[in-house]
Design a protein around this ligand. Structure first.
Ligand code: 26V
Length: 749
């Protein structure tokens, strides 16, 4: 890539008489002309990332930064009288739901920054994750027409490389759109768009907005097979053109990483091509697949584990159904010969009753299977994939997640980055471990850090004022819980904790309380009633608290609308306390927790997912941990009775009763439904996620943090210790682990 020539091009762009959209396109196109300069080694081994979601966010600033021209471009256009901040209106590319899709984006960024050959495959949804607004405190969803205003100058349509994908009832054309990922090299994110007929187009129309419930939907199977088959078809075709049918060497050049089970049809399609089209024996094809595929698991929630009805598969993908049956029998025979116990064979079976298990196919075929945080991998080995782990322990390993420090520090926190530059030089920008060199005892440094935090909070307050019309208390502790809305993430528990504080404040019980602002951001899947009810409840609480003159100078609650990647980039640097309060064992890793840590927020949370490793890295004294541990949950569940819990604790009872005692209007019955979820036997046990069990300890932890905040220097030190110990949570570290332990690929330079 050539920075000089790019700056020349930018300088040559005239702004006179052009709309912002025209300029956006022109600047983007200038950057795109740098794509061709990718370093290419012939016949290198490459990794391919198969993910049904990519939550890329806004590409403009990111790409200009990656190309090394961001600051310069700001200056160049400022001189021409055009403010590049204008492009903060550009829509996010939100082709993902949450953690899983954002992780894919961070990994593409890191691999490319480091020079590893990693290309992504996915779906180019016409509409991304729905846009959210509130009406009377309730969530309203709107289609995300992400191409409407600014278009997509960052993608190149490659009609010449379109490929057919065959279903029983139709043939669909998969047209690739290539998006360059800039860094030390240039990689490609290839998103397929479905074309050919109105029926075909439906396949890539919508991103599924639920990230936790598998609905056995025909369209979802079609989406999964569509992009998996298009990707595999292309790579196999290209390989055959170059190497003929010598498939034994295919795994020398390709490694396929399955980001969760959504692309497991790629396994079946690969086997189908090698056997039915190229005539290999099933055994040979399986052997080659087993050297090609890798699988990352991202959840142990039973309702999110995909298993498809075989009759459905037979109906729309008959050949694939045959392959799966073949794989079922083949693997069964292998285990029988190895003397595997019958119950373990049942646990690992590809087909179980009427259904086939996507995860069991992935585990059987993959050379490596990994979880996304230490505790999560342990749960996989001991529980979810217990049998497979006993049979094939060498497959399993952990790679704790990471987040890209370019977007989540350098881009979203230029002030903190400039401070590091000044104190440490530029080395930390390519190796975050250099941040450890900062002495967190130095009074001047602590003061400088505290000043930056103050600035980022002021910027956040201004932004929230402009977007939500709410003016945040300026000198308060900013406490944030931003993530998808899920019962296991326990936003409801935070709501109750706020009511604890509210009643205590009203009764004058907290004389030394430092004013506190709670910031929520979360989308609930449209069909997830309980999650939507929690949004309504929190908005009710916000009304109550913010409208109460007795407390509203000390306590404030805001639930921002349409939380997305770009909103996260504002909230995270402006937060003091990061809430990560999932029921222990349920949050596979979490990655928001890492972004907050990197920006100098302390974690207030449970010993779950990567929180455990965060506390280990930054020190127990610098974070606020509470609640039941993974090892305790099973025992607690045996005797725990939420009725008894509220009977024994009147404060607990008081906050829970607000759901039913008329404190809030409940004409839609939502609050009653929340109440039932806590006390009645519904599809899970009452209070399945132990909200009322952990709540008293949660409120205590909040008050501990609040008391500590009074000594601003000591608190700033805790925060800075978090920020400077966050190197492990860089996706650069994670990608190095994938490259070395899982993919066995080398850097291009
Ligand atoms: C599952 C399903 C089930 C079928 C319907 C559509 C759908 C869409 C997505 C998913 C995957 C959910 C898994 C997921 O997002 N896991 C999150 O992965 C993050 C990255 O590893 C991790 O930090 C979070 O803890 C984990 O919840």
């Amino acid at each position: 890539m050539n920075r000089e020539s790019l700056s020349e091009k930018l300088r040559a762009i005239s702004v006179a008489g052009k709309s912002a959209q025209e300029l956006y396109t022109e600047i983007s196109e200038a950057c795109m002309s740098e794509c061709g300069c990718a370093v290419r080694k012939l016949s290198e081994r490459r990794a391919y990332y198969f993910s049904i979601e990519y939550l890329m966010g806004r590409m403009f600033y990111n790409n200009l930064m990656a190309l090394g021209v961001l600051n310069e471009a700001r200056k160049i256009f400022a001189e021409k009288g055009f403010d590049l901040n204008r492009f903060e209106d550009v829509e996010d590319a939100a082709l993902g739901n949450g953690g899983l899709g954002r992780l894919a984006a961070c990994y593409l960024d890191s691999a490319t920054a480091l020079g590893y050959p990693l290309c992504g495959f996915g779906i180019r949804y016409r509409y991304g994750l729905f846009r959210q607004r509130f009406e009377n405190g309730r969530q309203i969803e709107e289609a995300d027409d992400w191409l409407k205003t600014w278009g997509d100058p960052w993608s190149v349509r490659r009609a010449d490389e379109a490929i057919g994908v065959t279903f029983a009832d139709m043939v669909v054309t998969a047209v690739p759109y290539d998006m360059p990922i800039f860094g030390k090299t240039v990689n490609t994110l290839r998103l397929f768009q479905a074309e050919g007929s109105p029926e075909a187009e439906k396949i890539s129309e919508y991103l599924y907005p639920a990230d936790d419930t598998e609905e056995g939907k025909l369209l979802r199977i079609r989406q999964e097979y569509f992009f998996s088959a298009a990707a595999v078809g292309q790579l196999v075709q290209r390989y055959v053109r170059k190497n003929g049918r010598q498939f034994e060497r295919f795994p020398d050049f390709h490694v396929f990483q399955l980001n969760d089970t959504h692309a497991v049809f790629a396994v079946a399609e690969f086997l189908r091509l090698l056997t039915n089209v190229y005539g290999l024996t099933f055994a040979r094809a399986v052997g080659i697949a087993q050297r090609t595929f890798r699988y990352t698991n991202h959840t142990i929630l039973p309702e999110a584990l995909e298993s498809w009805d075989m009759r459905l598969v037979e109906r729309i993908l008959p050949e694939i159904a045959q392959v799966l049956k073949g794989l079922h029998l083949y693997s069964k025979r292998k285990w029988e010969r190895g003397g595997c116990p019958a119950d373990e064979m049942r646990q690992m079976a590809v087909i179980r009753g009427k259904y086939f298990s996507m995860a069991n196919v992935a585990v059987y075929i993959s050379e490596k299977v990994n979880g996304v945080a230490a505790i999560h991998t342990k749960i996989l080995e001991e529980q979810l994939f217990g049998a497979a782990y006993r049979q094939m322990p060498e497959k399993f390993l952990n790679v704790t997640n990471g987040v890209t420090p370019r977007r989540w520090l350098m881009l979203c926190n230029e002030e903190l980055s400039a401070f590091y530059d000044k104190r440490l030089g530029y080395g930390w920008r390519t190796d975050l471990r250099a941040l450890r060199g900062l002495n967190c005892d130095d009074a001047d440094d602590l003061a400088a850090f505290a000043e930056i935090k103050r600035q980022k909070k002021a910027q956040l307050a201004a932004y929230i004022l402009s977007r939500e019309g709410v003016a945040l208390l300026p000198d308060a502790v900013y406490v944030a819980q931003v993530k998808r809305l899920h019962e296991y993430k326990r936003q409801l528990m935070t709501a109750f904790a706020i009511l604890y504080l509210y009643f205590d404040l009203k009764e004058g019980k907290l004389p030394d309380f430092t004013p506190t602002v709670f910031i929520f951001g979360a989308k609930a899947a449209g069909g997830y009633r309980r999650a939507k009810a929690v949004i309504k409840f929190i908005n009710d609480i916000a009304c109550l608290v913010n409208g109460d003159e007795e407390v509203n100078t000390r306590l404030q609650v805001v639930f921002v609308q349409n939380y997305d990647v770009s909103y996260a980039e504002k909230i995270i640097p402006g937060t003091d306390v990061s809430l990560q309060v999932s029921t222990a064992g349920f949050e596979a890793s979490g990655t928001g927790n890492m972004k907050f840590m990197m920006n100098g927020a302390v974690t207030l949370g449970t010993m779950d997912g990567a929180n455990i490793e965060i506390v280990e890295a930054s020190g127990g004294r610098n974070n606020y941990i509470f609640g039941a541990r993974v090892g305790e949950i099973e025992e607690i569940k045996k005797y725990y009775d939420p009725h008894e819990a509220v009977a024994r604790n009147l404060k607990l009872k008081r906050v829970v009763d607000t759901l039913t005692d008329g404190t809030f209007q409940d004409e839609g019955g939502e609050l009653k439904e929340i109440y039932s979820s806590l006390f009645e036997q519904t599809y899970n046990s009452p209070d399945h996620y132990l909200v009322l069990y952990d709540l008293p300890k949660y409120a205590e932890a909040l008050l501990r943090a609040n008391a500590d905040y009074r000594d601003q220097t000591v608190f700033a030190q805790k925060q800075l210790l978090n920020a400077t110990r966050s190197a492990f949570f860089s996706s650069d570290r994670a990608i190095e682990e994938y490259a070395k332990k899982i993919w066995k690929i080398e850097k291009l330079l």
